[in-house]
Design a protein around this ligand. Structure first.
Ligand code: C5P
Length: 238
């Protein structure tokens, strides 16, 4: 198999507050199969042969924990810690500044630290698509029946789902593509990086990913994630 050059820099935003998860601490420190959530994400990205650098934006209050309690892992995984920001886009921009003008980097992959189950084959596929097109994200086609309501649920209509996808991460861009999108970003809210890139007039391709690349949002998601990890390792052992 063609291995591809080691020319991908990962930005792993980890600076969220995780309000929906509840609790005092950043949800990324919650344990999943014995390890904090963020470490699963970092391990899986570091294990990919194309990943050269991992930059992780963190919140100021979490920095001591990452540098002390987890300092050894952070070093071993060669993670560059930077300051995150108030919005996710601020955290990504901080990561982008850290990557700077590194001429060895062709692609930047932004991956939520809160998605610990990313599969190597999905990384292969989304990196390959971004090599071809300059901008690609993992996503899954919507399988549910989708309803729209303008009166808080008193009435509804069905939306045609055949054109709808759920965006995941990684979202992967050639360096100049992401840089130009962020240079044009004037603070208008965006829920993902693909939105900023597409607003800059650049097409973003979608690669059909695995539904199990879930984002840990609520504590119950950990139960599902544990089961998925178990099935993934059984699959690898097979
Ligand atoms: O809150 P949510 O899980 O949707 O955030 C997605 C990812 O972005 C998380 O890994 C979170 O830590 C990160 N994030 C960030 N900076 C923010 C908000 C979120 O790095 N200001």
């Amino acid at each position: 198999m063609h291995q591809g050059p080691q020319n991908v820099a990962v930005i792993l935003p980890a600076a969220g507050s995780g309000r929906r998860f509840g609790g005092e601490e950043n949800k990324l420190f919650a344990r999943l199969a014995g390890l904090p959530i963020w470490m699963h994400s970092a391990n899986r990205l570091r294990a990919h042969h194309r990943v050269a650098r991992i930059v992780m934006p963190v919140a100021a209050q979490d920095r001591p924990r990452f540098e002390n309690e987890y300092g050894e892992s952070v070093q071993k995984l060669k993670i560059e810690i930077v300051d995150g920001g108030a919005e996710r886009t601020d955290s990504v921009l901080s990561g982008l500044c850290q990557i700077g003008d590194d001429a060895s980097i062709e692609l930047i992959a932004i991956h939520d630290a809160a998605r610990p189950l990313i599969r190597s084959a999905d990384l292969d596929a989304v990196f390959a698509k971004a090599d071809q097109t300059g901008a690609a994200i993992l996503a899954t086609p919507v399988t549910a029946t989708v309803k729209q309501s303008f009166d808080a649920g008193a009435s509804c209509r069905t939306i045609d789902r055949s054109t709808l996808w759920l965006a995941q991460t990684p979202q992967v861009f050639r360096v100049p593509v992401l840089k130009s999108a962020y240079a044009r970003h004037r603070g208008r809210a965006a829920t993902d990086d693909a939105e900023l890139v597409q607003r800059a007039g650049i097409n973003v391709a979608m690669v059909s990913g695995s539904a199990d690349n879930l984002k840990i949002t609520h504590p119950n998601d950990l139960i599902v994630a544990e089961a998925i990890i178990k099935s993934q390792s059984e699959f690898q052992d097979a």
